[in-house]
Design a protein around this ligand. Structure first.
Ligand SMILES: *Cc1c(COP(=O)(O)O)cnc(C)c1O
Length: 329
Protein backbone atom coordinates (compact mmCIF):
# COMPACT_ATOMS: atom_id res chain seq x y z
CA UNK A 1 0.00 0.00 0.00
CA UNK A 2 1.33 3.39 -1.03
CA UNK A 3 -0.24 6.06 1.17
CA UNK A 4 -1.05 9.35 -0.56
CA UNK A 5 0.38 12.01 1.77
CA UNK A 6 0.49 14.94 -0.63
CA UNK A 7 -0.77 18.39 0.38
CA UNK A 8 0.77 18.10 3.84
CA UNK A 9 -0.82 14.72 4.46
CA UNK A 10 -4.23 16.04 3.36
CA UNK A 11 -3.79 18.83 5.89
CA UNK A 12 -2.90 16.53 8.79
CA UNK A 13 0.82 17.31 8.81
CA UNK A 14 3.09 15.41 6.41
CA UNK A 15 5.61 14.17 8.95
CA UNK A 16 3.06 13.26 11.59
CA UNK A 17 1.16 11.23 9.00
CA UNK A 18 4.29 9.55 7.65
CA UNK A 19 5.37 8.55 11.15
CA UNK A 20 1.93 7.44 12.25
CA UNK A 21 0.93 5.42 9.21
CA UNK A 22 2.56 2.07 8.71
CA UNK A 23 2.56 2.36 4.91
CA UNK A 24 4.78 0.32 2.58
CA UNK A 25 5.44 3.45 0.53
CA UNK A 26 4.38 7.08 0.27
CA UNK A 27 2.97 8.96 -2.70
CA UNK A 28 3.49 12.71 -3.02
CA UNK A 29 2.82 15.33 -5.67
CA UNK A 30 6.22 16.97 -5.97
CA UNK A 31 9.86 16.67 -5.04
CA UNK A 32 9.59 19.27 -2.27
CA UNK A 33 7.23 16.99 -0.36
CA UNK A 34 9.50 13.99 -0.93
CA UNK A 35 12.55 15.88 0.35
CA UNK A 36 10.76 16.83 3.57
CA UNK A 37 10.16 13.13 4.15
CA UNK A 38 13.72 12.07 3.32
CA UNK A 39 15.25 14.86 5.39
CA UNK A 40 13.18 13.68 8.36
CA UNK A 41 14.64 10.22 7.92
CA UNK A 42 11.75 8.48 6.19
CA UNK A 43 13.41 5.66 4.28
CA UNK A 44 10.42 3.89 2.72
CA UNK A 45 9.91 4.17 -1.05
CA UNK A 46 8.49 7.52 -2.14
CA UNK A 47 6.71 8.00 -5.45
CA UNK A 48 6.36 11.37 -7.18
CA UNK A 49 2.88 11.00 -8.68
CA UNK A 50 3.53 13.65 -11.32
CA UNK A 51 7.17 12.79 -11.82
CA UNK A 52 9.70 15.59 -12.17
CA UNK A 53 8.71 19.01 -13.46
CA UNK A 54 12.21 19.75 -14.78
CA UNK A 55 15.30 17.69 -15.66
CA UNK A 56 17.22 19.47 -12.88
CA UNK A 57 15.21 17.45 -10.33
CA UNK A 58 16.48 14.11 -11.64
CA UNK A 59 19.86 14.09 -9.83
CA UNK A 60 18.05 14.85 -6.55
CA UNK A 61 15.66 11.98 -7.20
CA UNK A 62 18.62 9.69 -7.80
CA UNK A 63 20.40 10.92 -4.68
CA UNK A 64 17.35 10.33 -2.49
CA UNK A 65 16.18 7.16 -4.20
CA UNK A 66 12.81 8.64 -5.21
CA UNK A 67 10.56 6.79 -7.65
CA UNK A 68 8.95 8.88 -10.35
CA UNK A 69 5.90 8.63 -12.55
CA UNK A 70 6.53 9.10 -16.24
CA UNK A 71 3.38 10.54 -17.75
CA UNK A 72 4.66 12.35 -20.84
CA UNK A 73 7.11 11.62 -23.69
CA UNK A 74 8.98 14.77 -22.64
CA UNK A 75 9.85 13.07 -19.35
CA UNK A 76 11.16 10.04 -21.24
CA UNK A 77 13.38 12.38 -23.21
CA UNK A 78 14.66 14.01 -19.99
CA UNK A 79 15.70 10.59 -18.71
CA UNK A 80 17.38 9.66 -21.99
CA UNK A 81 19.59 12.73 -21.81
CA UNK A 82 20.25 12.56 -18.05
CA UNK A 83 23.51 11.31 -16.60
CA UNK A 84 22.71 10.04 -13.12
CA UNK A 85 24.87 8.51 -10.41
CA UNK A 86 22.18 5.95 -9.73
CA UNK A 87 19.37 4.80 -12.02
CA UNK A 88 15.80 5.62 -11.00
CA UNK A 89 12.79 3.41 -10.56
CA UNK A 90 10.00 4.75 -12.75
CA UNK A 91 6.29 4.12 -13.08
CA UNK A 92 4.75 4.45 -16.53
CA UNK A 93 1.60 6.44 -15.98
CA UNK A 94 -0.96 5.61 -18.62
CA UNK A 95 -3.93 7.77 -19.56
CA UNK A 96 -6.76 5.22 -19.43
CA UNK A 97 -9.54 7.78 -19.67
CA UNK A 98 -9.10 10.56 -17.14
CA UNK A 99 -7.35 12.64 -19.77
CA UNK A 100 -5.27 14.63 -17.35
CA UNK A 101 -1.82 13.05 -17.11
CA UNK A 102 -0.57 9.93 -18.81
CA UNK A 103 0.93 8.31 -21.84
CA UNK A 104 -1.43 7.38 -24.64
CA UNK A 105 -2.15 3.64 -24.26
CA UNK A 106 -0.99 2.77 -27.77
CA UNK A 107 2.40 4.39 -27.12
CA UNK A 108 3.09 2.31 -24.00
CA UNK A 109 5.06 -0.55 -25.61
CA UNK A 110 7.40 1.88 -27.39
CA UNK A 111 7.89 4.05 -24.28
CA UNK A 112 8.46 0.96 -22.19
CA UNK A 113 11.18 -0.19 -24.58
CA UNK A 114 12.85 3.23 -24.66
CA UNK A 115 12.98 3.30 -20.85
CA UNK A 116 14.33 -0.25 -20.76
CA UNK A 117 17.17 0.89 -22.96
CA UNK A 118 17.79 4.00 -20.87
CA UNK A 119 20.75 3.76 -18.45
CA UNK A 120 19.08 6.28 -16.08
CA UNK A 121 16.23 3.83 -15.41
CA UNK A 122 16.23 0.56 -13.48
CA UNK A 123 14.82 -2.44 -15.33
CA UNK A 124 12.08 -3.11 -12.82
CA UNK A 125 9.47 -0.55 -13.87
CA UNK A 126 5.94 -0.05 -12.57
CA UNK A 127 2.76 0.55 -14.51
CA UNK A 128 0.07 2.85 -13.21
CA UNK A 129 -3.01 4.85 -14.04
CA UNK A 130 -5.58 6.91 -12.15
CA UNK A 131 -9.37 6.51 -11.92
CA UNK A 132 -11.58 9.49 -12.70
CA UNK A 133 -14.97 8.32 -11.48
CA UNK A 134 -14.47 5.48 -9.00
CA UNK A 135 -16.39 7.52 -6.40
CA UNK A 136 -19.55 6.90 -8.42
CA UNK A 137 -20.52 3.37 -7.54
CA UNK A 138 -22.23 2.32 -10.75
CA UNK A 139 -20.24 4.32 -13.22
CA UNK A 140 -19.21 2.24 -16.21
CA UNK A 141 -16.21 4.49 -16.87
CA UNK A 142 -14.25 2.74 -14.12
CA UNK A 143 -14.65 -0.63 -15.85
CA UNK A 144 -13.73 1.01 -19.14
CA UNK A 145 -10.56 2.44 -17.59
CA UNK A 146 -9.74 -0.94 -16.05
CA UNK A 147 -10.09 -2.54 -19.45
CA UNK A 148 -7.85 0.01 -21.14
CA UNK A 149 -5.27 -0.44 -18.36
CA UNK A 150 -5.26 -4.21 -18.69
CA UNK A 151 -4.96 -4.05 -22.46
CA UNK A 152 -2.18 -1.45 -22.38
CA UNK A 153 -0.14 -3.35 -19.80
CA UNK A 154 -0.86 -6.83 -21.11
CA UNK A 155 2.33 -8.85 -21.43
CA UNK A 156 4.53 -6.17 -19.88
CA UNK A 157 6.48 -7.10 -16.76
CA UNK A 158 6.26 -4.92 -13.68
CA UNK A 159 4.04 -4.09 -10.73
CA UNK A 160 0.72 -2.46 -11.48
CA UNK A 161 -1.23 0.18 -9.60
CA UNK A 162 -4.62 1.70 -10.31
CA UNK A 163 -6.82 2.15 -7.23
CA UNK A 164 -7.33 5.32 -5.19
CA UNK A 165 -9.51 5.17 -2.05
CA UNK A 166 -12.72 4.76 -4.02
CA UNK A 167 -11.06 1.96 -5.98
CA UNK A 168 -9.89 0.29 -2.76
CA UNK A 169 -13.35 0.34 -1.18
CA UNK A 170 -15.59 -0.03 -4.19
CA UNK A 171 -13.75 -1.75 -7.03
CA UNK A 172 -11.74 -4.81 -5.94
CA UNK A 173 -10.86 -5.61 -9.55
CA UNK A 174 -8.72 -2.46 -9.60
CA UNK A 175 -6.40 -3.43 -6.72
CA UNK A 176 -3.49 -5.09 -8.59
CA UNK A 177 -0.09 -4.96 -6.80
CA UNK A 178 -0.20 -1.52 -5.18
CA UNK A 179 -3.22 0.44 -4.03
CA UNK A 180 -2.80 4.19 -3.51
CA UNK A 181 -5.37 5.28 -0.92
CA UNK A 182 -5.45 8.86 0.29
CA UNK A 183 -8.67 10.27 1.71
CA UNK A 184 -9.82 7.00 3.34
CA UNK A 185 -6.65 6.87 5.44
CA UNK A 186 -7.77 10.11 7.03
CA UNK A 187 -11.14 8.60 7.87
CA UNK A 188 -13.24 10.21 5.17
CA UNK A 189 -15.48 8.47 2.67
CA UNK A 190 -14.34 8.84 -0.93
CA UNK A 191 -17.86 8.22 -2.23
CA UNK A 192 -20.30 10.90 -3.21
CA UNK A 193 -23.16 9.10 -1.47
CA UNK A 194 -21.76 7.87 1.85
CA UNK A 195 -20.26 9.03 5.12
CA UNK A 196 -17.14 7.69 6.78
CA UNK A 197 -19.23 5.70 9.24
CA UNK A 198 -20.94 3.87 6.35
CA UNK A 199 -17.48 2.66 5.29
CA UNK A 200 -16.36 1.83 8.87
CA UNK A 201 -13.90 4.72 8.79
CA UNK A 202 -13.15 7.02 11.71
CA UNK A 203 -12.15 10.62 11.23
CA UNK A 204 -8.51 11.30 12.04
CA UNK A 205 -8.85 15.08 12.30
CA UNK A 206 -11.12 16.81 14.76
CA UNK A 207 -11.16 20.55 14.14
CA UNK A 208 -12.31 22.32 17.27
CA UNK A 209 -12.31 25.63 19.06
CA UNK A 210 -14.17 27.36 21.91
CA UNK A 211 -16.94 29.83 22.54
CA UNK A 212 -15.44 33.24 23.24
CA UNK A 213 -18.66 35.23 23.59
CA UNK A 214 -22.36 34.73 24.23
CA UNK A 215 -24.75 37.62 23.79
CA UNK A 216 -28.45 38.06 24.16
CA UNK A 217 -29.73 39.72 20.98
CA UNK A 218 -33.17 41.07 20.26
CA UNK A 219 -35.59 40.03 17.60
CA UNK A 220 -34.79 41.79 14.31
CA UNK A 221 -31.10 42.40 15.05
CA UNK A 222 -28.73 41.42 12.22
CA UNK A 223 -25.60 39.36 12.77
CA UNK A 224 -22.16 39.77 11.25
CA UNK A 225 -20.86 41.21 7.98
CA UNK A 226 -23.60 42.13 5.58
CA UNK A 227 -26.25 41.49 8.22
CA UNK A 228 -27.28 38.41 6.29
CA UNK A 229 -29.01 36.74 9.22
CA UNK A 230 -31.64 38.45 11.34
CA UNK A 231 -32.62 37.15 14.77
CA UNK A 232 -36.21 35.86 14.44
CA UNK A 233 -36.75 36.27 18.18
CA UNK A 234 -34.85 37.38 21.29
CA UNK A 235 -32.07 34.82 21.52
CA UNK A 236 -28.54 33.92 22.59
CA UNK A 237 -25.88 34.10 19.90
CA UNK A 238 -22.46 32.58 20.48
CA UNK A 239 -19.17 33.47 18.88
CA UNK A 240 -16.62 30.69 18.26
CA UNK A 241 -12.97 31.52 17.61
CA UNK A 242 -12.50 30.11 14.12
CA UNK A 243 -12.89 31.55 10.64
CA UNK A 244 -11.72 31.33 7.08
CA UNK A 245 -8.28 32.47 8.27
CA UNK A 246 -8.06 29.07 9.95
CA UNK A 247 -9.49 27.16 7.02
CA UNK A 248 -13.16 27.11 7.96
CA UNK A 249 -15.00 27.52 4.64
CA UNK A 250 -16.12 31.09 4.01
CA UNK A 251 -19.06 29.81 2.00
CA UNK A 252 -20.59 27.72 4.78
CA UNK A 253 -24.14 29.10 4.89
CA UNK A 254 -26.40 29.80 7.85
CA UNK A 255 -27.63 26.42 9.05
CA UNK A 256 -24.28 24.64 8.71
CA UNK A 257 -23.94 22.36 11.76
CA UNK A 258 -21.33 22.65 14.51
CA UNK A 259 -21.20 20.86 17.85
CA UNK A 260 -21.45 22.93 21.03
CA UNK A 261 -20.73 20.76 24.06
CA UNK A 262 -21.14 17.76 21.78
CA UNK A 263 -24.63 18.73 20.56
CA UNK A 264 -25.56 20.26 17.24
CA UNK A 265 -26.00 23.98 16.82
CA UNK A 266 -26.20 26.05 13.65
CA UNK A 267 -23.94 28.61 12.12
CA UNK A 268 -25.77 31.90 11.52
CA UNK A 269 -24.52 34.86 9.51
CA UNK A 270 -21.36 35.10 7.47
CA UNK A 271 -18.11 33.38 8.34
CA UNK A 272 -15.48 36.00 9.26
CA UNK A 273 -11.72 35.62 9.11
CA UNK A 274 -11.37 34.69 12.78
CA UNK A 275 -14.89 34.06 14.04
CA UNK A 276 -18.19 32.39 13.35
CA UNK A 277 -21.53 33.15 15.00
CA UNK A 278 -23.82 30.44 16.32
CA UNK A 279 -27.50 30.10 17.12
CA UNK A 280 -27.58 29.00 20.78
CA UNK A 281 -31.36 28.78 21.17
CA UNK A 282 -31.09 25.04 21.84
CA UNK A 283 -28.07 25.47 24.14
CA UNK A 284 -29.14 27.34 27.27
CA UNK A 285 -26.34 25.60 29.18
CA UNK A 286 -23.60 27.03 26.93
CA UNK A 287 -20.91 29.12 28.64
CA UNK A 288 -17.89 31.04 27.39
CA UNK A 289 -15.01 28.57 27.05
CA UNK A 290 -17.20 25.64 26.04
CA UNK A 291 -15.86 23.41 23.26
CA UNK A 292 -17.06 23.81 19.69
CA UNK A 293 -16.35 21.10 17.10
CA UNK A 294 -16.30 22.25 13.48
CA UNK A 295 -15.83 18.76 12.04
CA UNK A 296 -14.39 15.39 12.99
CA UNK A 297 -15.43 13.28 15.99
CA UNK A 298 -19.23 13.40 16.11
CA UNK A 299 -19.62 15.65 13.06
CA UNK A 300 -18.53 14.19 9.69
CA UNK A 301 -16.50 16.60 7.58
CA UNK A 302 -18.52 15.30 4.63
CA UNK A 303 -21.57 17.12 6.06
CA UNK A 304 -19.73 20.42 6.28
CA UNK A 305 -18.38 19.95 2.77
CA UNK A 306 -21.88 19.32 1.48
CA UNK A 307 -23.26 22.40 3.27
CA UNK A 308 -20.45 24.59 1.94
CA UNK A 309 -20.75 23.25 -1.61
CA UNK A 310 -17.33 21.62 -1.67
CA UNK A 311 -15.67 18.27 -0.95
CA UNK A 312 -14.06 17.03 2.24
CA UNK A 313 -10.64 16.98 0.54
CA UNK A 314 -10.55 20.78 0.28
CA UNK A 315 -11.63 21.29 3.89
CA UNK A 316 -8.93 18.96 5.23
CA UNK A 317 -6.22 20.43 2.99
CA UNK A 318 -7.35 23.95 3.82
CA UNK A 319 -6.68 23.96 7.57
CA UNK A 320 -4.12 26.71 8.07
CA UNK A 321 -0.78 26.59 9.82
CA UNK A 322 -1.93 28.97 12.56
CA UNK A 323 -4.29 26.30 13.88
CA UNK A 324 -2.67 24.53 16.83
CA UNK A 325 -2.16 20.81 16.52
CA UNK A 326 -2.26 18.11 19.08
CA UNK A 327 -1.79 14.48 18.23
CA UNK A 328 -4.20 12.33 20.20
CA UNK A 329 -3.64 8.61 20.77
C1 LIG B 1 -4.29 11.83 -4.75
C2 LIG B 1 -4.07 10.59 -5.53
C3 LIG B 1 -4.44 9.35 -4.99
C4 LIG B 1 -5.25 9.21 -3.72
O1 LIG B 1 -6.59 9.62 -3.99
P1 LIG B 1 -7.75 9.50 -2.88
O2 LIG B 1 -8.98 9.83 -3.63
O3 LIG B 1 -7.44 10.53 -1.85
O4 LIG B 1 -7.70 8.13 -2.35
C5 LIG B 1 -4.09 8.22 -5.71
N1 LIG B 1 -3.43 8.30 -6.88
C6 LIG B 1 -3.08 9.49 -7.43
C7 LIG B 1 -2.38 9.52 -8.74
C8 LIG B 1 -3.40 10.67 -6.79
O5 LIG B 1 -3.07 11.83 -7.34
Amino acid sequence: MAAAVKADGYGHGLLWVARTLNADAFAVACIEEALILREAGVSRPILLLEGVFAAAELPLCAHHGLEIAIHHPEQVRMLETARLKRPLRVWLKIDTGMHRLGLEPETVPAMFQRLRDCPAVVLDMGLMSHLARADERDCKDTLRQLNVFETATNGLPGERSLANSAGVLGWPQTHFDWVRPGIMLYGVSPFVDSLASDESLQPVMTFHTRLISIKRLRRGEPIGYGGTWICPEDMDVGVAAVGYGDGYPRHAPSGTPVLVNGREASLVGRVSMDMITLDLRQHPEARIGDPVVLWGEGLPVERIAEAAGTIAYTLLCGVKARVRWEAVG
